[in-house]
Design a protein around this ligand. Structure first.
Ligand code: NDP
Length: 479
């Protein structure tokens, strides 16, 4: 039967108000930067220029540190209850303005509105509520008398979940009494700039939240500043390694949340239709721009043909297109650079001998797009089975025994997440016990909760975000 055609249902972008040009946010207000350099942030689905943002330089980072020092004088005198009030206010305002944030996130980053509206924004608000709830309970819960905030924290975030990564970092840092200098990714700065407006609206003391937009040079200047007491970074393993080298030898806290190449293991006793849904969600959510994406399908050999045939049929129904259309499953690739990287890795997969399946959907004329892609007949040595593609590309590997599944799953330099699909609880526990991954889902994938710690093993980084462990990452033992 032919599927019915959908009618478009476009979310209006009239709700967002984007300035032509943005300065940086220091001392509680937007300011003209010392740097006179700007870069354009575009909508990756249309290539239309949305705004010009400042590329902060070393002098701007110096000014941000001065602002943060003043902020710290005020913030450190507040009780946990008083800090919590600001965080609760921010959480409520985020909820009130969630539609505006969701549209802005989809415009600037290319993700489908149904994800920014139904996943990112509820999670962002939940993070602020969760950490607000902790701010006045730190002493009584853990007797944190010997634990002190770091002070000025530098936070560098990527472009795949811009506002969500801001909330993962800013909320626990402020709850524990630190002040923040944030550097968002150059291709997705707009929701962080809107968040700065919210900080003004709730009357957050000047200098507690500081925002310096820019590129890698801005991030590097922040990392190099001697008065920064902690760096929290999410992004590529290459930049994570640079930051680790750069900060070696300094008395500085560091958490690195880096890449991944997660195995989504499907045993032959799994509920196949549910597993197909989970595998689709695991890799095609947010165009595959997800550090914990289930990008390696590790499939028991005797169900390979049936599973792949169901998976290809399901992939064929994914709707690729305008991120603001509420029917869209897969939006735009975040940037031309990322599209080039995905295309090059996929071409290598084909030349290495993988069998490629791509859906037949029509792609829009402008913007950056990539068809949902599945590789079968791949070997563990292929680049598509080893490197983080960070796009809508799934590579299948097969196994015969559970031991072999574990060997394949752990045969990676990463260790961020994994998935297990089986109807046997004992097999879930046996498998989870042997996987080297920070987060493991069973019979589901990509589920998040502010109370649950998230982070990796091996080259996926160290330190945890979320939950109690995430709070401890912002506290330092002082005896
Ligand atoms: P990066 O690691 O370069 O970017 C992450 C953040 O770090 C951005 O804010 C970036 O700024 C900043 N940055 C870049 N260089 C430096 C530096 N020398 N010092 C301090 N900060 C710096 O990721 P990319 O955006 O370049 O993506 C490249 C690849 O990384 C992707 O293809 C994907 O595989 C992986 N990636 C992984 C993510 C994850 O969550 N694990 C997230 C994003 C990417 P700017 O944006 O201005 O360059």
């Amino acid at each position: 039967m032919k599927t019915w055609e959908y009618a478009e249902s476009i979310e209006s972008s009239a709700i967002v108000n984007i300035e032509k040009k943005y300065g940086i946010f220091l001392d509680g207000e937007f300011q003209t930067a010392n740097s006179k350099k700007f870069l354009k942030t575009i909508s990756p689905s249309t290539e239309e220029v949305l705004s010009s943002i400042t590329v902060g330089n070393k002098n701007d980072i110096d000014s941000a540190v001065d602002s943060a020092k003043n902020g710290l004088k005020i913030w450190s005198k507040l009780t946990g209850t008083e800090r919590a009030k600001y965080l609760f206010k921010l959480a409520r305002l985020i909820q009130e303005r969630s539609r505006e944030f969701a549209v802005l996130e989809s415009l600037d980053g290319g993700k489908p509105i149904k994800e920014s509206r139904d996943f990112d924004l509820p999670q962002v608000a939940a993070n602020f509520f969760y950490f607000a709830g902790w701010a006045d309970k730190l002493d009584i819960s853990w007797n944190t008398k010997g634990l002190k905030p770091y002070g000025i924290v530098g936070q560098i975030i990527p472009w795949n979940f811009p506002l969500l990564m801001l909330s993962w970092k800013v909320a626990p840092a402020l709850a524990t009494g630190n002040v923040v200098i944030l550097k968002p990714a150059e291709s997705t700065p707009l929701t962080a700039l809107l968040f700065a407006e919210l900080c003004q609206e709730v009357g957050l003391p000047a200098g507690v939240f500081n925002l310096v937009t820019g590129d890698g040079t801005t991030g590097a200047a922040l990392v190099q500043h001697p008065d920064i007491s902690k760096i929290a970074f999410t992004g590529s393993t290459a930049v994570g390694k640079y930051i680790q080298n750069e900060t070696a030898g300094r008395d500085i806290g560091l958490t690195l949340e880096l890449g991944g190449k997660a195995a989504n293991i499907v045993y032959n006793d799994a509920a196949i239709d549910q597993a197909v849904e989970g595998v689709v969600n695991g890799i095609f959510f947010n165009q595959g721009h997800v550090c914990c994406a289930g990008s390696r399908l590790v499939l028991q050999e005797d169900i390979h043909d049936e599973f792949v045939s169901k998976l290809e049929k399901r992939m064929q129904s994914l709707r690729v297109g305008n991120p603001l259309d509420k029917n869209t499953d897969i939006g735009a690739i975040n940037s031309k650079e990322q599209l080039d990287k995905i295309s090059s890795l996929v071409n290598e997969g084909v030349s290495e001998g993988g069998t490629i399946f791509q859906t037949e959907c029509e792609l829009p004329a402008n913007g950056f797009w990539f068809r949902p892609t599945l590789f079968t007949n791949a070997q563990p040595s292929y680049k598509i089975a080893r490197e983080e593609i960070f796009g809508p590309v799934l590579t299948t590997l097969t196994f015969r025994t559970p031991e072999e599944a574990i060997d394949i799953a752990n045969n990676t330099e990463y260790g961020l997440s994994a998935g297990i699909w089986t109807e046997k609880g004992s097999k879930i526990l046996w498998t989870a016990d042997r996987l080297q991954a920070g987060v493991i889902w069973a019979n589901t994938f990509n589920k998040f909760d502010p109370s649950s710690p998230f982070g990796g093993y091996k080259e996926s980084g160290f330190g945890r975000e979320g939950g109690r462990h995430g709070l401890l990452s912002y506290l330092k033992v002082q005896s």
